[in-house]
Design a protein around this ligand. Structure first.
Ligand code: RNT
Ligand code: ZN
Length: 419
């Protein structure tokens, strides 16, 4: 049977439970997933030679990581070509591209240092999301940036944040697509701090100073990302969940960003999405996979990814939730890491789109919970794979495991030569 024939059969089954799979596919085509550049080089960037520091860590030493902007862009291209659906790219400030021997520190970054990223995005009709880089820098003082008690340190990082607002606005204007600009710092303490509020007050004032940089709220979407702990900052983070959520709630135009690796292990972001949707016009996500801790494993088609997608779709919030990926696995082929992650996120969205959402809500509201459980369970063995394969096919992306052959070929022909 062809992919199309399998799809037609599946479509009939879904129709019986009131699901229009054609409509689901059309809808998914318009949903952009923001693809993080930092999976390609283990969060190294191009503006410094030191190691990755600041509360995050990559593990593994799989050969073939990207060493230059050209390699990174080629790798992203390869990975994205293996995945159906719309994408954006997500760039960190440390991926500035300097030309002719120029170098400036983070506080002096300008749009021109990201011109090549704009060209890359425009050629592919993609938007760009952006992130100031508050880590991997000698200007991080005693592990602190925006919350540092040292005024000069804070000033430097505030200037960096402001520069990033200007660059974000440039991205939005060049691409015609809003730029989500996410603020995350690893500021915190390894051991019990004496003062928990002081750093937070300074952090608050610093973010306010960054957001005082003029920008168009329709073009730049600043976010604050929380985190419960980081490596080396196990006891306290300035940007805790309550801190960032309260900040976003009290600063118009600032979005909360939830990374599902950043909460206590039994907390789930899927449940937080509908809670925040009651209050925020828009919110942002970093979809990742924490294994025991914020380990940034590759996103797979697992229960929580499905549940996250379900909450976005079922609450009709595809245009209110910015979906970005955030993982970095250095122990496997990095192209495959991206492809598995992107494909899994799309798959989860499609899975949610072909659920009988209205019918299930109705079952809940009429207290038919016995039937609700039954429908939920039976839907799990519907021929979803046939719909997914068809989506890949109509998007011109490889169907099934075919994409992996391309990864193997690319590894042999391109990655293996990077020694
Ligand atoms: C770190 C945060 C943050 C980073 C990226 C590189 O724990 O999740 O989003 O992963 O900025
Ligand atoms: Zn994140």
């Amino acid at each position: 049977m062809t992919v199309k024939e399998r799809y037609e059969a599946a479509k009939e089954m879904y129709k019986k439970v009131g699901v229009d799979t054609d409509k689901a596919i059309e809808k998914l085509k318009d949903v952009a997933i923001s693809v993080h550049c930092w999976q390609g080089d283990d969060v190294k960037g191009f503006d410094q030679d030191g190691p990755l520091t600041g509360g995050i860590q990559t593990t593994g030493n799989y050969p073939g990581k990207a060493r230059t902007p050209e390699e990174l862009m080629a790798d992203m291209d390869k990975a994205m070509s293996l995945c159906p659906g719309k994408k954006k790219i997500n760039v960190h400030a440390c991926y500035a591209i300097f030309e002719d021997g120029e170098w400036v520190d983070r506080d002096k970054l300008e749009p021109k240092h990201f011109k090549k990223w704009v060209e890359f995005a425009k050629e592919r009709n993609m938007g760009i999301d952006f992130n100031p880089t508050f880590f991997s820098s000698p200007m991080v003082k005693d592990g602190l940036t925006l919350s540092s008690p040292d005024e000069a340190t804070r000033k430097f990082w505030i200037e960096h944040g402001k520069a990033c607002i200007r660059i974000s606005q440039y991205f939005a204007e060049e691409t015609g697509i809003p730029c989500v600009m996410n603020i995350w710092t690893g500021d915190g303490y390894k051991d019990i701090p004496a003062d928990r509020m002081g750093p937070r007050m300074r952090y608050k004032e610093s973010i306010e100073a960054i957001l005082a940089e003029p920008f168009d709220k329709n073009k730049v979407k600043p976010c604050v990302e929380s985190k419960v702990f980081g490596i080396g900052v196990e006891s306290y983070t300035a940007g805790s969940a309550e801190f960032t959520l309260s900040f976003a709630a009290t600063h118009e135009g600032c979005l909360p960003l939830m990374d599902n690796g950043h909460y206590h292990p039994t907390e789930v972001v899927s449940d937080k999405i509908p809670a925040l949707l009651c209050f925020f016009p828009e919110l942002a996500l970093h979809v990742t996979r924490g294994v025991r801790w914020d380990s940034d494993h590759v996103v797979i088609f697992d229960d929580e990814t499905k549940e996250i997608a379900k909450e976005i779709v079922r609450n009709d919030a595809l245009d209110r939730v910015y979906i970005a990926l955030d993982f970095f696995d250095a122990s496997i082929n990095r192209i495959s890491a991206w492809a598995n992650g992107i494909r899994s996120m799309s798959k989860a969205l499609l899975y949610a789109l072909v659920s009988p959402n209205e019918m299930m809500k109705e079952l809940q509201d009429t207290n038919q919970l016995t039937k609700l459980m039954t429908v939920q369970e039976e839907m799990k063995t519907f021929p979803f794979g046939d719909v997914w394969d068809y989506f890949c096919e109509v998007c011109g992306a490889p169907v099934g495991m075919a994409w992996f052959e391309e990864v193997e070929k690319y590894e042999k022909e391109v990655l293996a030569k990077r020694v």
